[in-house]
Design a protein around this ligand. Sequence first.
Ligand SMILES: Nc1ncnc2c1ncn2[C@@H]1O[C@H](COP(=O)(O)OP(=O)(O)O)[C@@H](O)[C@H]1O
Ligand SMILES: [Mg+2]
Length: 215
Amino acid sequence: MIILIGSNKGGCGKSTTVTNLAIAFAKDKKEVLILDADRQSTASRWGGDREHYKVAPYIQILQKYDNVQSSLNQLRDKYDVVLVDVAGRNSREMLSSMLSSDLLICPLQCSQPDLDTLGELKEQVVQAGDFNPKLKTYIYQTMASTNLKVKDKERKDFKEYINQFEVFKLLNSVNYFRKIYKDAISEGKSVLELGNDDAINEVSMLYNEIKNILS
Ligand SMILES: Nc1ncnc2c1ncn2[C@@H]1O[C@H](COP(=O)(O)OP(=O)(O)O)[C@@H](O)[C@H]1O
Ligand SMILES: [Mg+2]
């Protein structure tokens, strides 16, 4: 199974999603590999910190750039799941990954600059679909506000925006803005390995939703 976490926007939570999902799969006894196709190497650095701090389990991470399609096709048989992390722009790595992936998850904040990148993503998804009709695409709302005064309205606005696009489905899971996500990634950990129940529930919900989509 190949899951691409991709978007045309930086800083929307791709690497955070990849690292947390990697641990969710590993805890579920799946053989998981992260293909780090972003030259900024966030996921690889996270893996390095994990080794440095001797946090088990060890997560395999491979760095590949440019056209990663043939690498993905080889890795597909060797692992239960390959998670692909890419740069936050329209990149060759992202497009070539789309041709081999089963699922594309696009993390996005509910903010205009993030939402403005969906027109471009739509074109990419339509074109990739001509070559890879099995690709499923879901948008994942990230860094949502926990403020009770704005939370529901923000989700409603986000849903309305996504619903304008026929090619996108929206994940029910939502990722909220919580400091624990920053703490976790800086320690080479997932929030699943720390003590914040809200964040643990968020990642668990995301994991279960993805498992259902792929089953
Ligand atoms: N849910 C969250 N709450 C708070 N901070 C977050 C959350 N998700 C990501 N971050 C932080 O936001 C920044 C960008 O996240 P990152 O996963 O690196 O995005 P991307 O890979 O899309 O560029 C990082 O500093 C990360 O720690
Ligand atoms: Mg990143």
